[in-house]
Design a protein around this ligand. Structure first.
Ligand SMILES: *Cc1c(COP(=O)(O)O)cnc(C)c1O
Length: 368
């Protein structure tokens, strides 16, 4: 039936598979919602910051009006934080929106986009959505092979996506390597450096990628409030790039793509250093908790720089799907990654200590 509608490249798209909502698992498996642990979408286990809740309550009175289409106050706060002019910033309905806008603004149908195997699923979707050609470069040790990505650039390549840290594998590329790579990328190719998990990096790995934007006119840095800032449900992300790129982004984005509550909540969260610090500390402790358990169970995992870990749960080709189903029956939601070409693995988000313990106990039970 669908053959008669839409272009071929839209029909070829496999829709994004999101983490299962708690309510859906409760219905499907006849479980009590309160007993379900969700470690499937790399959300912040502390939830919404209290500072954001208060900012939204204050902003609610004005919800009868359209949001500020230019996001003046949020951009001012980001401009101050990242030391870039406000007109270098694009706000997005989540950073997912930023990735989509970038594909629409920078790539024409038929041109090519380069990204890595095992990198974020939205790169493929954004590429296909504009009828562009994907050049997927084989990963190296589950991460980006920057040399191979450079070699893969063709005359019609207009855009590259790099996730650092990467999702779903958790791999990280040190600053010096990214900079050496940026030095070699041809001027006509735009690099979107997607740093959704940047705030989880420890001081030793942190770097001011926003500063690079000054040196590289073809670089766009993308960040989100969905992960470390705890605002996933509000949908707010942003990009930093020089005005030539930002101006093109602004022509494509929906005028009111970030709603008023999200703008208010993001400003509050950006200034909530205590919330970020608490999240980072919980994340490192949870990572150790996971790694100890995986070592004890003899499971291979990819060392992670994000708030999740990719773990190999068996040799059978359907190990990920099978273990995932057994975990769901026990009320634990994690993310199978067969759609990424990793059918033996599961991606597990780091939760609160008690949630991590429930997952570990369930995993031990399932693996016998
Ligand atoms: C979660 C994630 C995003 C997008 O999150 P938004 O909620 O749309 O901001 C972008 N990139 C990567 C690598 C992610 O894991």
């Amino acid at each position: 039936m669908i053959d008669q509608f839409g272009p071929d490249y839209v029909r070829a798209i496999a829709p994004y598979q999101a983490g299962k909502p708690i309510a859906e698992v409760a219905r499907e498996f006849g479980l009590d919602e309160a007993a379900i642990v969700k470690l499937a979408s790399n959300e912040n286990p502390f939830g919404l910051p209290e500072s954001s809740r208060q900012a939204m309550a204050a902003a609610a009175a004005e919800l009868g009006r359209y949001p500020d289409a230019n996001g003046f106050e949020l951009k001012a706060a980001l401009s101050k934080r990242y030391k870039v002019p406000a007109d270098w910033i694009t706000l997005g309905n989540g950073s997912n929106d930023i990735l989509e806008i970038a594909a629409h603004a920078f790539v024409a149908a038929g041109q090519s986009v380069v990204y890595s195997q095992y990198s974020f699923a939205v790169y493929a979707l954004a590429t296909q959505g504009v009828g562009a050609r994907a050049i997927e470069v084989p990963a190296r040790e589950y991460g980006h092979d920057l040399d191979a990505m450079l070699a893969a650039i063709e005359d019609d390549t207009r855009l590259m996506f790099i996730a650092n840290p990467n999702n779903p594998t958790g791999t990280f590329i040190p600053a010096a390597q990214i900079q050496a790579f940026l030095d070699k990328v041809p001027a006509h190719v735009i690099v979107v450096l997607d740093e959704a998990y940047n705030e989880y990096l420890d001081a030793e790995h942190q770097f001011e990628s926003a500063d690079w934007v000054r040196s590289y006119p073809n670089l766009m840095v993308s960040r989100t409030f969905s992960k470390a800032y705890g605002l996933a449900g509000l949908r707010v992300g942003f990009a930093i790039a020089q005005p030539a790129l930002t101006d093109l982004m602004n022509r494509i984005r929906q005028p009111f793509n970030v709603n008023s509550l999200a703008q208010a909540a993001a400003i509050a969260a950006l200034n909530d250093k205590e919330f970020l610090a608490r999240g980072a500390a919980n994340n490192s402790a949870g990572y150790r908790q996971f790694v100890e358990a995986f070592d004890e169970l003899g499971l291979e995992y990819v060392p992670s720089f994000g708030n999740f870990v990719l773990v190999r749960v068996g040799d059978a080709p359907d190990a990920g799907a099978r273990v995932n189903l057994e975990l769901l029956k026990l009320g634990v939601i994690v993310r199978p990654v067969g759609n990424y070409g990793l059918p033996n693995w599961l991606r597990v988000s780091i939760g609160l200590p008690a949630e991590n313990a429930i997952f570990i106990a369930a995993l031990k039970k399932v693996l016998g």
